[in-house]
Write a protein of this length. Structure first.
Ligand SMILES: [Fe+2]
Length: 281
């Protein structure tokens, strides 16, 4: 097994490993340690089944389940909510979507930040990719925290924010709606990674709706400031997809976004989750 770092901001390419095989305990530990160190692993040239992907999730911390979004779209397929596998795709079968999140740009977000117990990691396996665009961009949120001014760090201590998953929204969440109908949860603005103890900024422009306990004006100003620390070239790196790539990202230390891609070109990623534990400051 060979590891090549992607950038100074994080990420590593892994080659010379076959996830169809049962990996030795030593190699399983190497992959887990590498995930905590680099935040994102891109394991190249895989030809794996659902079961192989489940096994990978199991040894990376346990296979998680997606849970049912409260505000699912009527046009989405039933099967994607069934449990452990979800297709990120624009493909349809006789007009019915095979999955969801099919088209276009997606702003920076942490998968699972709207859950009481966020998923530890997201695993995506590429079955079809576009000729151009559709790259996943990752932000190292440990570095985002480290880059904060010490006065801001002090200000964030003890503060929490409401995070909402609004399926219908492509931008900032609209708080002038009944959020009891949307998946949402309050988490600290700064969390400690449950495995490494390192601090990470835990906000993102797509899902973090407001800071609790301060005025709306102050909350908006603070979030605008924090979002700038996230969308910063020094802490981001990206992945251009090839078929057969298996990518795992740590949702406690990494937020991610998707670049736009040509509509009409097929794209399909098979998504599974690694179960998490509570996140605390
Ligand atoms: Fe995502």
């Amino acid at each position: 097994m060979k590891l090549t770092p992607i950038s100074s901001a994080g990420g590593a390419i892994i080659t010379e490993v076959d996830l169809k095989e049962i990996l030795s305990a030593e190699n399983q530990k190497k992959l887990k340690d590498a995930l905590y160190k680099y935040g994102v692993l891109v394991i190249k040239d895989q030809e794996i089944s659902d079961q192989d992907q489940f096994r990978f999730c199991e040894f990376m911390g346990g296979l998680g389940t997606r849970g049912k979004p409260l505000n699912r779209r009527k046009e989405d397929s039933d099967s994607e909510y069934a449990g452990t596998v979800h297709l990120v795709t624009n493909l349809t079968d006789q007009g019915k979507p095979l999955g969801s999140f099919g088209d276009g740009e997606v702003w920076f977000h942490h998968d699972g930040i709207f859950k009481e117990v966020p998923d530890a990691a997201t695993v995506l396996y590429a079955l079809a990719v576009t000729s151009t665009g559709g790259e996943t961009v990752f932000a190292n949120m440990h570095l985002a925290y480290d880059n904060l001014d010490s006065k801001i760090k002090a200000k964030l201590s003890g503060l929490s924010a409401l995070n909402i998953y609004d399926y219908a929204s492509r931008g900032r969440v609209d708080l002038n709606q009944d959020i009891s109908q949307l998946n949402h949860w309050i988490h600290p603005l700064v969390i400690r990674h449950p495995e490494t103890g390192k601090k990470a900024l835990y906000v993102n422009p797509l899902m973090t709706a407001r800071v609790e306990g301060i005025s709306e004006f102050e909350s908006n100003a603070l979030l605008e400031l924090l979002f700038k620390y996230q969308d910063n070239d020094d802490i981001i790196f990206e992945h251009k997809w090839d078929v057969g790539d298996l990518v795992i990202m740590d949702n406690r230390s990494i937020s991610h976004a998707r670049r736009d891609f040509p509509p009409g070109e097929p794209r399909m990623l098979r998504r599974t989750l690694v179960q998490g534990v509570s996140v605390n400051s």
